[in-house]
Write a protein that binds this ligand. Structure first.
Ligand code: IFM
Length: 475
């Protein structure tokens, strides 16, 4: 089966996505303050290759060329994130005009190329000054985020209509404060669930601020969701699936879409009493949204661990609170270079999951993509694995539409190779290859395939005819 754009409604949004810290570089430019990722990158051993946010893709200086490249790919939307420390270097106080000017120019350049800007307000680069005051474990950080959201809405609201408050609060809380593999690298146990609550409260306050400043704005939140299956129908494995689905999906989906945290997850985490004390916040957290963004990469097949089993090791990093009670099962499915099993059908599962809770809510895939060890040979990157992954997931979008799911758009992660957090520059997700020494951009075969699919001028004549392998997984 081959994917064709004509199988999608004409208004379906096709985009690429990036995030500020992963591509911008210029971490000292124009009054930007330090973020938790600048600090974390200085901790010996925290980042796989000892990398920092410099130079990344030097996008801060090269954004015009990067936007032109996107236009040539044929995308209709671009999801970027605003770096909070560029807008408020210390996390509080007035707008740093030079920081705001960068995002204004970026947005105007996008619009001039016919590309709709989608701005994410928080993609993990918390100002370090706020972390010095306990970061997302501190309730006041949510208030500060609401204030920051209002400043950005005031500064960009006339050029940006589409807003995402947070990207993947699961990562910010459970990886940032639970396992500690992400900045700020703290390990506070089950209290990391409290960081998640403050992030969600910040989301709700951010929605209020955006709506106050720009009543006609289109506002959403992006969650990373996993398709979860039990390894068997045994009660123990079914309960393992309940636990990990609870931590990964329901703990975020339910308060936002239904106004209540899942009680079983709070009980698993031993957090029931603390969450009772803050239960009034759920009215803010469940503020009506215009859409939900879903980042989908992979699925979990889980079992109840036999005594002494190794759980969530390797690519997933050390356990975060609650996850140590679950064993990830290797089904033999092909994996990407991140070690993540490839399972395109799971994209439909996660769309159904959100749809079941709020049938009226438009849904977008705000990230989907794959890492592979690319090589440049004679000026070309023949990343057939990534091209295939992309086409399989575009076809999954088509299957979702056929099932009547309200999917309205798809953003490929990522426009170009970038700083992959704790993996540094050792993992490449881009449709465009970046040589970090020269900053040379090379459109990979996957990027040319996307351009062919979209009708962009970078189309590769060979791509549309490439047959898709029929199956993705052997189990
Ligand atoms: O690079 C990240 C991105 O920042 C958030 N979602 C997952 C991507 C791949 O790991």
């Amino acid at each position: 089966m081959t994917a064709h754009r004509s199988h999608f409604p004409p208004e379906f949004v096709w985009g690429t996505a990036t995030a500020s810290f992963q591509i911008e570089g210029a971490t000292d430019a124009d009054g930007r303050g330090p973020s938790i990722w600048d600090a974390f990158a200085r901790v010996p051993g925290a980042i796989a290759d000892g990398a920092t946010g410099e130079p990344a893709d030097d996008h801060y200086r090269r954004f015009r060329d990067d936007v032109a490249l996107m236009a040539d790919l044929g995308v209709t939307a671009y999801r970027f994130s605003v770096a909070w420390p560029r807008i408020q270097p210390d996390g509080t106080g007035p707008t740093n005009a030079a920081g705001m000017a960068f995002y204004r120019e970026l947005s105007e350049t996008l619009l001039a190329h016919g590309i709709t800007p989608w701005a994410t307000l928080y993609h993990w680069d918390l100002p370090q000054s706020l972390e010095d005051r306990d970061g997302w474990l501190e309730r006041d950080t949510a208030q500060r985020f609401g204030e920051y959201a209002g400043l950005v809405a005031d500064g960009l609201g006339d050029v940006v209509d589409h807003w995402i408050t947070l990207n993947e609060p699961w990562c910010s809380s459970f990886l940032g404060y639970g396992s500690g593999v992400h900045a700020p690298g703290r390990q506070v146990g089950a209290r990391s669930a409290q960081a998640a609550h403050h992030l969600l409260l910040g989301h709700g306050l951010g929605v209020q601020a955006l709506r106050a400043a720009r009543p006609r704005a289109t506002v959403g939140l992006t969650l990373n969701l996993y398709s979860v299956q039990p390894a068997s129908q045994s009660p123990a494995d079914l309960d393992a699936a309940r636990r990990i689905d609870g931590l990964s999906n329901r703990f975020f989906l339910e308060p936002v879409l239904t106004g209540a945290y899942p009680q079983d997850v709070l009980a698993d985490l031993g957090q029931t009493r603390w969450f009772e004390e803050v239960s009034a916040d759920t009215a803010v957290i469940a503020a009506p949204l215009d859409f939900l963004g879903i980042n989908y990469y992979s699925r979990h097949v889980v079992a109840d661990p036999p005594l002494g089993a190794t759980v969530l090791g390797g690519p997933a990093g050390p356990a975060y609170p609650g996850s140590e009670t679950v064993q990830m099962v290797d089904t033999g499915a092909p994996r990407t270079f991140m070690g993540w099993p490839i399972h395109p059908e799971g994209m439909v599962d996660v769309l159904q999951m959100a749809h079941a809770l709020r049938p009226d809510l438009p849904l977008y895939i705000t990230e989907n993509g794959s890492a592979y060890p690319d090589v440049v040979v004679d000026g070309a990157v023949e990343d057939e694995d990534r091209r295939r992954y992309l086409e399989q997931h575009v076809l999954a979008c088509s299957a979702a539409l056929q099932q009547g799911l309200p999917l309205r758009g798809y953003f490929a992660w990522s426009l170009m190779d970038n700083f992959e957090w704790a993996w540094g520059y050792s993992r490449r997700f881009g449709l465009v290859h970046v040589d970090y020494d020269t900053q040379q951009r090379t459109v990979k075969r996957s990027g040319r395939w996307f351009a062919s699919f979209l009708g962009g001028s970078l189309a590769d004549a060979a791509s549309p005819a490439t047959p898709l392998a029929p199956t993705t997984e052997q189990e």
